[in-house]
Design a protein around this ligand. Sequence first.
Ligand SMILES: [Zn+2]
Ligand SMILES: [Zn+2]
Length: 267
Amino acid sequence: MPSRFTAESLTTNDTSHWLDDSEQVERRPGMGWTSRAFAGFIDIFFPPACAACGAVTSGPESFCLGCELDLERLPEQHCLRCSEPGSFERGHCPRCELRPPPFARAFAPFLHQGPIARAIHQFKYEDHPELAPTLAALLAREARAFIDAAPGILCAIPLHRNRLRRRQYDQAQLLVQQLAHQTRRTAADCLRRIRNTRRQVGLTETQREQNVAGCFEACGDWSGKSVLLLDDVFTTGATARTAASVLRAAGAAEIQVLAIARAFSQT
Ligand SMILES: [Zn+2]
Ligand SMILES: [Zn+2]
């Protein structure tokens, strides 16, 4: 079965059998089990490295022990809708109370700081596409309960082609492909970015919304389908809101959002 689908070709998704942990971390994409002896040889010269600090690790762990201990997970208390950290009356943060988002729920297992922030930065901006399987395995492990109850169609929040040309790879697409493979879900091209945008970092919430307004279009008709949108970092949710609105307008029944890390966004 191909791992990439369009709205027209999608049927149901087999979400029942995830790959087990030993299968999940493919440190070198494309290397099968028949190449294990060769992989052992390679490990001597290119040993597995921590995704955050680059220190050599003894096995296929994502992080060295020091970085693993520094990981900060999403606090127990967070908005039930968008996972904004904090304790809120009626369970929802002021942003979701004031303007309910077009997605049913958004989740990220980590806070965007420390080793996770460094790993995401390397993956996104420092030419390390090989971190995709490691980060996907981490996400599959840490967000397992969320993913189990989430839609089986996975879609990346896409890059504009100009940025893709500069960066050479679309990190969100790589993450989607890996997560779909590891959790036996379906990766689909639901969205395309039709306008380039500035980076959201450093912009106010209103500026973020203006920056991404009208930047996506849906690929095809998603009538009645439920989609899990995947991004690396979720901050105010401006990008996720825009992407979810476009898919809802294309007929999608429900959108959920998953990111690796959640930044504090309330001021
Ligand atoms: Zn480390
Ligand atoms: Zn919220």
